[in-house]
Ligand binder design. Structure first.
Ligand SMILES: Nc1ncnc2c1ncn2[C@@H]1O[C@H](COP(=O)(O)OP(=O)(O)OP(=O)(O)O)[C@@H](O)[C@H]1O
Ligand code: SF4
Ligand SMILES: [Mg+2]
Length: 391
């Protein structure tokens, strides 16, 4: 397999030109999206949010790429550009070699080949529309299926997501949250897409239902040869469903790697902190705890954007380069890139023996929980470093 990182550039790497053979379904190259806001009077200064600030990645056929990162780091904005709902300010997104424009893929025959499933199925289901009509809508607009053929197709889609054909006659409010998400998936599948953008598809569901929907997504991927872009906060979901993961921080990719590598050998201090906060695993090293607020995307820190919260920056004695130079995405292992000037140090965090310490404070536990939400305070190991890594 060719290297995912062929032709690394400052903000990522170059997608192959359209005439070059590629197994990529989607190639996102150096995309930017800034939002301006402020008073509408001409003399008042506007502020600019750098929601997505030079992001590149690829998704191969039948691959699942996960995007993770704290709230506001630009995951949904990236997804909306891929769906053609927002145009990038710069950079390009290519689907099967042709550029995605404002209305999605440029070629008419490719429309419908990228679909989305969102956290809240209500956003894609009209409460006044029967489920059968909601699934029929894209088919009527985009295909010639009518009458019995259309009804058969709807029944087939409902069957594929584990609902009986009778569901077509009911309204969305007559279903549970998990069933509504199945309906949203059936609708997304209706036009035989190649790529489905899943933006927090299970985070609003009960834990027991989550596993069912995750297994459904896996089965459908196998059967229908789908690719997914999965956006999720929950690292367990990402680990289970994805082949590769991109970790985003303040509009940029901090790390991008095959999923098993990312969890086994994280090469960015931010990734390590996210993994530590979400895992109760006992390791031979102190817990890495991330604290402090995320800086504003309207005024990101100079140099490496993560330096205001980076434990490694503190540990290394605050090297100047972290404040002055933006670290480029660099391949540190095969197909594994990190945007950290000191990625090799990040891959070898201090061992417990090197930093024998005391019990973590309540504040340390609270900070760990705050990284990825409640229920993760157990992530803090019972031994903290004598030299605190928390800043
Ligand atoms: N239409 C918009 N106008 C102005 N700012 C926006 C707009 N859409 C997004 N933003 C801002 O861009 C940044 C990135 O937002 P985005 O929704 O992509 O984040 P996210 O990673 O999906 O967050 P979450 O995990 O909370 O869903 C945020 O600061 C957000 O407030
Ligand atoms: S470049 Fe410096 S501040 Fe940024 S992640 Fe690496 S060590 Fe931390
Ligand atoms: Mg979002």
């Amino acid at each position: 397999m060719k290297s995912r990182f062929a032709g690394l550039r400052e903000n990522g790497w170059s997608a192959p030109p359209p005439d070059q053979p590629s197994d990529d379904l989607l190639a996102v190259r150096d995309i930017f999206k800034y939002f301006s806001f402020g008073p509408s009077v001409p003399w008042a200064k506007k502020r600019t949010i750098r929601a997505v600030d030079g992001v590149s990645f690829r998704i191969a056929q039948q691959e699942t790429l996960g995007l993770v990162g704290e709230s506001g780091c630009g995951k949904t904005t990236t997804a909306r550009m891929i769906l053609g709902l927002l145009a990038p300010d710069a950079g390009e997104i290519r689907f099967l070699g042709s550029e995605i424009g404002r209305r999605g893929p440029a070629k008419r025959r490719d429309r419908g080949r990228i679909q989305a499933v969102f956290q809240d199925p209500w956003s894609s289901l009209d409460p006044r529309m029967r489920v059968g009509d909601a699934i029929a809508e894209p088919l009527v607009v985009n295909t010639r299926l009518r009458g019995q053929q259309l009804r058969d197709r709807i029944a087939g889609l409902l069957d594929a997501v584990g609902l009986g054909p009778g569901a077509a006659r009911n309204y969305p409010h007559e279903f549970s949250g998990g069933q509504r998400q199945r309906i949203a998936i059936a609708r997304a599948l209706s036009l035989n897409p190649d790529l489905i953008v899943l933006d927090e598809p299970v985070s609003a569901l009960d834990v027991s239902i989550r596993a069912q929907i995750m297994n459904l997504l896996k089965d459908l991927q196998q059967e229908m040869r789908l690719s997914y872009l999965l956006i999720a906060h929950d690292l367990a979901t990402v680990r289970y469903l994805t082949d590769s993961v991109g970790v985003m921080y303040l509009g940029k990719l901090a790390e991008l790697a095959p999923t098993t590598d990312l969890f086994a050998r994280p090469a960015h201090p931010y990734t390590l902190a996210l993994i530590d906060a979400a895992s109760a695993e006992v390791r031979d090293r102190p817990p890495i705890v991330l604290s402090g607020d995320i800086p504003s995307p309207a005024d990101p820190p100079s140099g490496c954007r993560f330096h205001t919260r980076c434990w490694l920056y503190e540990q290394l004695g605050r090297p100047k380069i972290c404040r002055t130079e933006q670290p480029p995405m660099t391949e540190v292992l095969p197909n594994h890139a990190s945007a950290c000037h000191f990625a090799s140090d990040a891959m070898h965090p201090p061992t417990r023996a090197a930093v024998a310490g005391t019990s973590p404070s309540a504040a340390t536990r609270a900070a760990a929980a705050s990284v990825v939400g409640p229920g993760t305070a157990g992530a803090v190991m019972p031994v903290a470093p004598s030299r605190p890594l928390r800043i």
